[in-house]
Write a protein that binds this ligand. Structure first.
Ligand SMILES: Nc1ncnc2c1ncn2[C@@H]1O[C@H](COP(=O)(O)OP(=O)(O)OP(=O)(O)O)[C@@H](O)[C@H]1O
Ligand SMILES: [Mg+2]
Length: 385
């Protein structure tokens, strides 16, 4: 299980180390930095696909994503309201992302490139990556250490890895199997298994509305395009009762089934009073979004981590307690982070299960976690370059 998430220099998150517990809800008012936290986590996950530099470039590049405030926030300014003045920077410009489970952790340091004559001169570069044992990186716990192009691996003593890495290549994807230690493979498969569900599209042309060729789908895709196949997989994996209960609870008397024409799978939503079932193309936005969440949360193969970003969007208030129960039930088998500003959803979750709430607040432009003190902040250490 992820125990710690650490972010430094990402948009409004100047320096945050967040303890995670299993089912964590991130709340806060508009602009407090919830989506920034979600996007930082997603960026971290893209390292497992070897795409952290590309994702960051698409996210606006380092110049836009880097914390726009001063390197150090002056406490006098916080207390007394004096204006913030830029001070001379003492450390390099960097965006740092990392996580740790109770046994293993990973961190990456992204920075701006050295000036060179290339049209890609604004691409961020991976400056440093580390894999470590335990809950934070310290010299004695390092297992893999990458500094610029050079990588070394510790098995007994430090051994350099033959190939030099390019500035956009991550140790998580570029190691040959001979060089990859079990820890690299473990972190890679862990990060690749994380699932992010972010405001499924429900417009007329949304992928979830279009019939698709169905193959066994134990985990719903990020965009929901394989909804019918995911629902059928739940049904055939012994989850039909849970599916029926979840649908009936939210839409009394209704039932969700799948019809296959050749290999093309179509959803059929049976409702009381209707002479024929409705297809995914005919469902309301809120109904479709709720069914997508049902399919995601009833997955027969729970991912190690599932992150839901504002799952309440376009759902009627009456559905939120049902959604809260689905989320808390799913958290028995999977670690969940829910980013939300729907108080009824959060309250219903707090009532239904063992939920930890992290309330984000903004202070002088910086995202802070309310009531998080030194004692409730997990230990964490960023490497120097
Ligand atoms: N590079 C940056 N440096 C510092 N702050 C930034 C940077 N980029 C964006 N921000 C700040 O981040 C905030 C947006 O945060 P975010 O989108 O995470 O809010 P939110 O909590 O998701 O809000 P909402 O509830 O409205 O979705 C804005 O207030 C913006 O000022
Ligand atoms: Mg947001």
């Amino acid at each position: 299980m992820l125990q710690t998430l650490a972010i430094s220099g990402y948009r409004s998150i100047r320096d945050s180390v967040l303890p995670l517990h299993g089912l964590d809800v991130v709340t806060g008012s508009n602009g407090s930095g919830k989506s920034n936290l979600y996007r930082a986590l997603r960026l971290l996950a893209s390292a497992g696909e070897g795409d952290v530099v590309g994702s960051l470039a698409r996210d606006g590049g380092l110049s836009s994503t880097l914390w726009a405030g001063p390197e150090h926030v002056q406490h006098a300014a916080v207390d007394g309201g004096t204006p913030i003045r830029g001070t001379r920077r003492s450390g390099p410009v960097s965006l740092l992302l990392g996580f740790a489970t109770d046994t293993l952790g990973y961190l990456v340091d992204l920075g701006i490139p050295q000036p060179s004559c290339t049209l890609f001169g604004r691409d961020p570069e991976i400056k440093r990556e580390q894999i470590f044992a335990g809950t934070f990186a310290k010299p004695s716990s390092l297992l893999v250490d990458r500094q610029g192009p050079a990588v070394r691996v510790r098995d007994g003593s430090w051994r350099p890895v033959g190939r030099a890495l390019g500035v956009s290549e991550s140790i998580l994807t570029e190691f040959s199997d001979a060089d990859a230690t079990p820890e690299v493979l473990r972190i890679r498969s862990q990060v690749r298994g994380w699932r992010f569900y972010d405001q499924f599209r429900t417009d007329r042309d949304a992928p979830a509305r279009v019939p698709q060729v169905g193959t066994r789908t134990p985990v719903l895709g990020h965009d929901g395009s394989d909804l019918a196949a995911a629902v059928q997989t739940i049904i055939e994996s012994g989850g039909v009762d849970r599916l029926d209960a979840a649908v009936d609870e939210a839409f009394p008397g209704s039932r969700l089934r799948v019809r296959a024409d050749d290999a093309v799978f179509r959803l059929e939503f049976e409702q009381p009073g209707m002479l024929r079932p409705l297809s995914a193309g005919e469902l309301s936005d809120g109904t479709l979004r709720y069914l997508l969440l049902v399919a995601a949360l009833l997955t027969p193969r729970p991912p190690e981590l599932m992150v839901l970003n504002e799952p309440e969007t376009s759902l009627h208030g009456e559905l939120l307690p049902h959604l809260a129960r689905l989320i808390t039930a799913a958290s028995a088998d999977t670690q969940l982070i829910v980013v939300s500003h729907a108080r009824p959803l959060i309250d219903a979750m707090l009532e239904a299960g063992d939920v930890h709430e992290h309330r984000l607040v903004k202070q002088l432009g910086e995202t802070l976690v309310a009531d998080q003190g030194l004692l409730s902040t997990p230990p964490w250490a960023w490497p120097s370059r």
